[in-house]
Design a protein around this ligand. Sequence first.
Ligand SMILES: NC(=O)C1=CN([C@@H]2O[C@H](COP(=O)(O)OP(=O)(O)OC[C@H]3O[C@@H](n4cnc5c(N)ncnc54)[C@H](O)[C@@H]3O)[C@@H](O)[C@H]2O)C=CC1
Ligand SMILES: O=C(O)CCC(=O)C(=O)O
Length: 528
Amino acid sequence: MPPRVLISDSLSPAAVEIFRLRGIEADFEPSLGKDKDRLAAAIAAYDGLAIRSATRVTADVLARADRLKVVGRAGIGVDNVDIPAATAKGVIVMNTPSGNSVTTAEHAIALMFALARDIPAADASTKRGRWEKNRFLGVEIAGKTLGVIGCGNIGAIVADRALGLKMRVLAFDPFLTEERAQAIGVEKVDLDDLLARADVISLHTPLNAQTRNILSAEALAKTRRGVRIINCARGGLVDEAALRRALEDGHVGGAALDVFAVEPAIDNPLFALENVVCTPHLGASTAEAQEKVALQIAEQMSDYLTRGAVSNAVNFPSISAEEAPRLAPFVALAEKLGLLVGQIARCGVDTLSVTFEGAIAREKTKALTAAALAGMLRPILDSVNPVSAPAIAKERGLSVDEVSRAAQSDYESLVTLVAKTRDGDIKVAGTVFHDGKPRLLRIGEINVDAEFAPSMIYTENEDRPGYIGRFAGALGESQVNIATFALGRDRPGGRAVALVAIDGPLPEATLAELRALPGVKQAITLKF
Ligand SMILES: NC(=O)C1=CN([C@@H]2O[C@H](COP(=O)(O)OP(=O)(O)OC[C@H]3O[C@@H](n4cnc5c(N)ncnc54)[C@H](O)[C@@H]3O)[C@@H](O)[C@H]2O)C=CC1
Ligand SMILES: O=C(O)CCC(=O)C(=O)O
């Protein structure tokens, strides 16, 4: 069955075309994003959900999303997606971090001019038949100081355009390095300095606990009288009530807002003020940007759904379309090694260490570690996957280490898992052979060479003559056919292990017989 994607916001039709060309069924239902009940009712049928800003992907929607593998945001902000809930559900959330940056920066510059020259009010007045030349006395932009709060993709483009307009640009961004500031021609300052010196302030940060109300009443009081404020980033960065008071008493000269604390903004109190210019979250709304983000998100989601490639995910490491096929057999190996550990462990694992040696150590190993963890947790948590596993491990206090090093064995690549449990360490190692199949090479310090099969038996026993005959006899009497048989031991007469692939399930009574054989320390069935 081909993967199915729901587009629940108004995305460019280019996205539908890409999905179809990539063999994905795409349903374009732009009204669903605004109707959470209909969205929740529909979501169970889809592998992917493509959205803009109207769709809210809440925990309730995700709870109904049984097949969902990926949410794709055609745009930047993913604040309309419950990321922890998506991660817990194993759903990748990806965005298009740069597709609409230029367009949004241009909107900020457009709003700056609209404020500086009162363009919306002058337009309305002129069209009403008034010729109010004296009413609209603007300010010149050249030579003024712009304060950019948040100097990432969009903030840096705004700064670049402002420098072209002969403005001086100050930037407050704790993650902006001095070198980068110099390279893009801005002066890196602290927030109070920016507030005290800027004639125009433009916001370009995400909305989070640190940035909410970054322009609070207190911050606004530190600004220059007559300052103009532009927000093309997120409502919530400015305290709207405080802004209204500062606009009314003339301390703030004007504000241009594309985004609001509550959207859609229908009756915001700021609308009543003359020195406020508003647009309905149009920052990204140009034909060019919408085409770019729609194409980009459709390509990214298709790559993930058809090839396992991950790009621009906010909750999983990136894997390119070239890397995905190289990594896929190692993802399977890591997951199977994890499953083996999870099934052998007799009590909870405190720490999982994953070591990558040789060629595989040069690849994106984070995804493989996540796969190993998912495999290890699967015997206790059915629905865990590599996306949700790291968050689940963290929640349970299970620590995970990853080591990458040069080859120290005969194998081109070797993956070793060591799980620390109260009963001692469980160590397993494996590789992928040239046939692309994962192989188990070691259990503890014992060498074995076994393929993973859907139904297997694992036994640990004292290395004594006659064991294999008795083992095979018990299976034969129960009509259980042996497919492959792999053995290993640490020394003659020491500890021995057997990994036996069988056709079909092992009856409980036969398992009990195996456990009762002389010298057997552990006998369990394994599923891969
Ligand atoms: N109005 C619209 O239609 C659009 C709005 N946006 C919004 O614009 C904002 C910026 O987007 P990008 O530039 O692409 O993001 P970005 O991630 O490239 O840049 C954000 C910058 O904010 C900085 N930052 C983070 N915390 C900060 C803090 N506490 N104080 C100061 N700076 C801080 C980061 O270091 C980073 O440099 C986002 O909120 C995005 O959702 C983006 C596109 C369209
Ligand atoms: O999709 C849109 O129109 C909004 C874009 C936006 O806010 C974003 O990309 O963060």
